[in-house]
Design a protein around this ligand. Structure first.
Ligand SMILES: *Cc1c(COP(=O)(O)O)cnc(C)c1O
Length: 366
């Protein structure tokens, strides 16, 4: 008997290239797109180690845990790093980026996370891209949590290194990821003697052995199952329409914010302004006296499959994450999540209005 996962025909170079072209269509980019065979941390780290070195002066924007990690990688490459941190309940502004350039005109690399699933905020990349382009710096963007939930347009925004993963709003696999690379970014990498070569982290190896060789022969065996899943996920998005997929996420986010407010009991959207809130996932602040991780544990007892999590690290005390992405960007998942949170609050003695919450959620899906 043939096994559906195990007895697969080889995945051809031609098919691999066609899947890359599907990613390029999704990002509306004419830049080179490379599929990287690992979770998104692979191209995120590979791009920094290739493009940054001791001569680099980087502006690293911290709006959540990933920004912190990128700053650490940049420092470990020998770059001079200027961090800007903004509170996790808000977003960075283009004006703050402009001020940072005025203070440190030698900045030649900007790293930014588009949307943070871990903190629930999203940053105005189009406006920030204008500033970065004016100053001629290389622009590195983590769009893992935004792609599929809101527009991600590397060419229109002047992003030189744009990393995506399929496991959030694309509703796809976690084991493969992709990066679009501008000509400028390739040139910066080629000029960097410390850029990884003959390494799993090397983007330049793939450029030389795959892209420049006409994408006719794969340099290594492909991650076949993940590639098939990525292709299926791209086809599903193309057939539903990217706009419809993004609208589903935006509606889920607005419905979750409205439902949480209507639930009452002191539960509040963690990100103060709706314009700064990511469509991919909504974070909520629990009322004083309630511990978020305990509330989530109680809420999950009714249904462990609900897309609920407590914040990571220190945020576990005060933050609930409603991860309404992929298949969970729908009214049923949002309503069930808020009902479970509300029921857990009521059990803890906090008065809530479950009916009003349900009505507020439904109002957004009409
Ligand atoms: C989810 C996410 C990633 C990928 O990380 P995982 O640990 O695989 O979830 C990278 N960057 C951002 C901003 C993310 O939200």
């Amino acid at each position: 008997m043939t096994h559906p996962f195990l007895d697969l025909p080889p995945l051809s170079a031609q098919r691999f290239a066609a899947i890359e072209d599907g990613v390029a269509r999704l990002l509306d980019t004419r830049q080179d797109v490379l599929i990287t065979q690992g979770e998104a941390l692979l191209p995120l780290e590979g791009a920094i180690r290739a493009a940054a070195g001791p001569g680099t002066v980087a502006l690293n924007v911290i709006t959540g845990p990933y920004g912190q990690t990128f700053g650490d990688w940049l420092r470990s490459c020998g770059a001079t790093v200027h961090d800007i941190s903004v509170p996790f309940h808000t977003a960075v502004t283009a004006a703050q980026i402009r001020e940072a350039f005025a203070e440190h005109p030698e900045i030649d690399f900007v790293s930014l996370v588009h949307a943070e699933a871990a903190t629930g905020n999203t940053n105005p990349v189009a406006e920030i891209g204008e500033v970065v382009r004016e100053r001629g710096a290389l622009f590195y963007l983590d769009a893992v949590a935004s792609v599929g939930a809101e527009p991600v347009l590397p060419d229109a925004w002047g992003v030189d290194l744009c990393v995506i993963g399929a496991q959030k709003a694309m509703g796809g696999p976690a084991g493969v990821s992709a990066i679009s690379v501008s000509e400028r970014a390739w040139a910066r990498m080629a000029a960097n003697p410390d850029a990884p070569r003959r390494s799993y982290l090397s983007l330049l190896d793939w450029k030389e052995r795959w892209i420049d060789a006409g994408r006719r022969a794969l340099p290594h065996a492909p991650a076949q199952l993940e590639m098939l899943a990525l292709q299926a996920c791209l086809e599903r998005i193309e057939s539903a329409g990217l706009d419809a997929v993004m609208a589903r996420h935006r509606t889920a986010a607005l419905a979750t914010r409205a439902g949480a407010v209507a639930l009452g009991g002191g539960l509040e959207p963690y990100v103060h302004e709706a314009k700064d809130a990511a469509p991919v996932a909504t974070t909520l602040r629990v009322p004083p006296g309630v511990v978020a991780s305990e509330l989530v544990a109680r809420a999950l007892r009714s249904d462990p499959a609900l897309p609920l999590a407590a914040g990571g690290g220190a945020l576990a005390e005060e933050m609930i994450r409603v991860n309404h992405y992929g298949a969970d960007a729908n009214p049923g998942a949002v309503r069930a999540s808020l009902t479970a949170v509300g029921t857990a609050m009521a059990e803890a003695g906090v008065p809530v209005d479950l009916v009003a919450a349900g009505r507020a959620v439904d109002g957004h899906w009409r």
